[in-house]
Design a protein around this ligand. Structure first.
Ligand SMILES: [Zn+2]
Length: 161
């Protein structure tokens, strides 16, 4: 007998337990099981396993189910809030960088003009420009980056816990 026939017989045994098979398939399977000890053994084992499952009953405490669902929902909301803060820091950092660059480019012209009028030497007005324009916005960007790093760290720690 070919291996295909045994495989087909076992597939039919499985399907018979789950969704049922046609009368023709049933007849073929019974015929095969009479001739084949291996498949017959498989069919018996399957029937016994399914029977065992049937006598197995699950009893669940409804309050436990409710508490578990509540904890899962709360955790999902917390994670959503953490992600929201993370995005806010990231956006703030990007904006601060953008303001530093665009602001510097725009302010540079005006600053150079004023510096010329008040007759500052180049290193003086370049230093002044750095201190009064670039430094504050760069500081804001750095603070946001630190906040972002701390937040990421916290999320990472929480997910490990
Ligand atoms: Zn067989």
């Amino acid at each position: 007998m070919s291996a295909d026939l045994h495989a087909q017989a076992r597939t039919l045994v499985d399907r018979n337990q789950m969704s049922g098979i046609s009368p023709a398939e049933q007849a073929w399977l019974e015929d095969h099981l009479r001739q084949c000890d291996q498949c017959n053994g498989y069919a018996e084992l399957t029937a016994r396993a399914i029977g065992g499952l049937g006598s197995f009953s699950f009893s669940m405490d409804p309050s436990l189910v409710a508490r578990t669902q509540e904890a899962l929902t709360r955790r999902a909301r917390e994670m959503e809030a953490e992600r929201g803060r993370h995005r806010m820091y990231l956006r703030g950092f990007a904006l601060a960088c953008l303001f530093t660059v665009i602001g510097s480019v725009l302010a540079w012209q005006g600053w150079a003009y004023v510096a010329q009028r008040v007759q500052l030497v180049p290193w003086e007005w370049q230093l002044g420009f750095s201190l009064f324009w670039v430094l504050p916005s760069a500081t804001v960007a750095m603070l946001l980056l630190v906040g972002l790093a701390l937040e990421s760290n916290r999320i990472h720690e929480r997910s490990l816990a």
